[in-house]
Write a new protein. Structure first.
Length: 208
């Protein structure tokens, strides 16, 4: 009974969502979505945020207690979390407040730094992956070189046709591969959803 009721709720909710997605009926589109789902979603979002805070707090607390690797950084989490909360509660989140100053002068520069590091990781991964060890790898290497050269002024100086070739690579072969990947992801999502709706997939209930 402890798992039967949650399973029935998931199956019933999933079937209602399927009906809402494929049926334009007023009861589903207006009554269910606007008058039932949205108010409950807004009400439960605060509890979801609280659950996330509790989960992070427990995780970092256990990390400090166990002296796990890099446990010292957990103190930075608690410190930054408290400072951000106090700034938000005291000064609000409007323009010019302490919270927005911290967001613009701390959070945004840190995010920019993280994204800038991705360029080095991508260059390293490209060096490891784009080695002409086979005909397929050679084609990938040539295509990558053409696309990267077309993004910088040097590529246009080498050949005025490089931007057009690069755009063709992105619009035809690259787009075809992306569509194949998206089809695979879509079919996998449908299969997983069906397993959940039919009660075959029950890992979200916990246990074995």
């Amino acid at each position: 009974m402890k798992k039967t009721i949650p399973l029935l709720i998931v199956i019933l909710g999933g079937l209602v969502w399927v009906a809402w997605a494929f049926s334009p009926h007023y009861v589903l589109q207006e009554v269910f979505y606007n008058q039932f789902y949205l108010p409950w979603a807004y009400a439960s979002s605060s509890f979801g945020m609280l659950l996330g805070v509790i989960s992070l707090t427990m995780m970092h607390t256990n990390k400090i207690k166990r002296r796990a690797p890099k446990w010292q950084y957990s103190y930075f989490f608690f410190g930054s979390f408290l400072i951000t909360c106090i700034a938000g509660f005291v000064g609000g989140i409007q323009k010019g407040s302490l919270f927005m100053w911290m967001f613009e002068n701390v959070q945004m520069p840190m995010s920019a730094t993280m994204f800038s590091l991705l360029a080095f990781y991508m260059a390293s991964a490209a060096y490891k992956a784009f080695r002409a060890r086979s005909p397929e790898a050679t084609v990938l290497l040539v295509a990558a070189i053409v696309v990267m050269l077309a993004q910088v002024p040097l590529g246009v100086k080498i050949s005025r046709h490089l931007p057009a070739i690069s755009q063709w690579i992105l619009d035809v072969p690259n787009l075809a591969s992306k569509r194949g990947i998206m089809l695979g992801v879509g079919l996998g999502s449908v299969a997983t959803s069906l397993k959940i709706l039919l009660g075959i997939e029950r890992s979200y209930l916990g246990g074995d």
